[in-house]
Design a binder for this molecule. Structure first.
Ligand code: B1M
Length: 234
């Protein structure tokens, strides 16, 4: 593109800027995504609006074209890195709500799976809602989860899986909790694009979370129920 034709992001109205950010995410343009995020925040958008409307919606287009064989792993990786750069700007802002401490969550992507954008988003939103979050990262074996929830005294165990081949591993973890006799000590929440309610129920999770906002709402409701139960018992 000729120098004269360069798009000045700050001169675009909101709708066009968001559309341009979807295109830039698609093209894996990290710096442009960072600039777009800053501009929207300066214009008074909330961090959550920027996250959902500019970043998550843009990633949906990437996902659709990956599925349809239009984009391939290297391009998707660049898009994922641009998305992460945008999320890094929003993370402290989402965590800054000053909400009272709600409880502690250990979260990680299951063994064999390296997708972490959705899991990171859930961790960010949970922190923003007042939960303490211990993020185990990707590719977690059952021992890693068990050791972490015990060490951290977690209230909630969160697991993420993005592949149909890795989602059954969630049941391996839940079964291990049962075998140790500690299943009832934890609220187990699961999420990831290929999952659904029925799968969550079938593997014995306490809740399936369609997205990060649902994860926060479910966690809050279940923690409140747990506190009420403990208060009634004590
Ligand atoms: Co992959 N990939 N990928 N990929 N990738 C998918 C998942 C896929 C659906 C693409 C497709 O074909 N349409 C497909 C899986 C098909 C299937 O299993 N049926 C797929 C494949 C096949 C693969 C590889 C096998 C490709 C290959 O190598 N041939 C490979 C596997 C590697 C591995 O894990 N072993 C692979 C690799 C990659 C990249 C490395 C290139 C990259 C990941 C980069 C990264 O994460 N750091 C990547 C990406 C980016 C995707 C897509 C395009 C986008 C995923 C994403 O980040 N979405 C994805 C397509 C898709 O999902 N439509 C795809 C945005 C994110 C915000 O949404 O993760 O759904 P999501 O999270 C949501 C909810 O699901 C929920 O809340 C989140 C926020 O709202 N949620 C939770 C998620 N986790 C939760 C945990 C909770 C609660 C809620 O706990 C309480």
């Amino acid at each position: 593109m000729a120098e004269d034709d360069a798009i000045i992001l700050s001169e675009l109205p909101d709708d066009e800027l968001v559309q341009q950010m979807h295109d830039d995410l698609y093209d894996g343009l990290r710096e442009e995504i960072e600039e777009g995020v800053h501009i929207l925040l300066e214009r008074g958008w909330t961090p959550y609006e920027v996250l959902t409307r500019a970043l998550v919606a843009g990633m949906k287009v990437v996902g659709d074209d990956f599925r349809d064989g239009i984009l391939f792993v290297p391009e998707v990786l660049l898009a994922a890195n641009a998305m992460k750069a945008g999320m890094a700007i929003l993370k402290p802002l989402l965590a800054e709500t000053g909400a009272p401490r709600m409880g502690k969550m250990v979260i990680g992507t299951v063994k064999g799976d390296i997708h972490d954008i959705g899991k990171n988003l859930v961790a960010m939103m949970m922190e923003g809602a007042g939960f303490e979050v211990v993020d185990l990262g990707i590719n977690n074996a059952v021992e890693k989860y068990l050791e972490a929830i015990e060490r951290e005294g977690a209230d909630i165990l969160g697991m993420s899986a993005l592949l149909t081949t890795t989602m059954p591993y969630m049941k391996v973890v839940i079964d291990a909790l049962k075998a140790r006799g500690v299943r009832e000590n934890y609220i187990v929440l699961v999420g990831g694009a290929p999952l659904n309610e029925e799968f969550g129920r079938a593997i014995g999770a306490d809740g399936y979370c369609r997205d990060a906002a649902v994860a926060v709402e479910t966690a809050k409701a279940m923690i409140a129920r747990k506190h009420n139960r403990l208060a009634a018992a004590g």
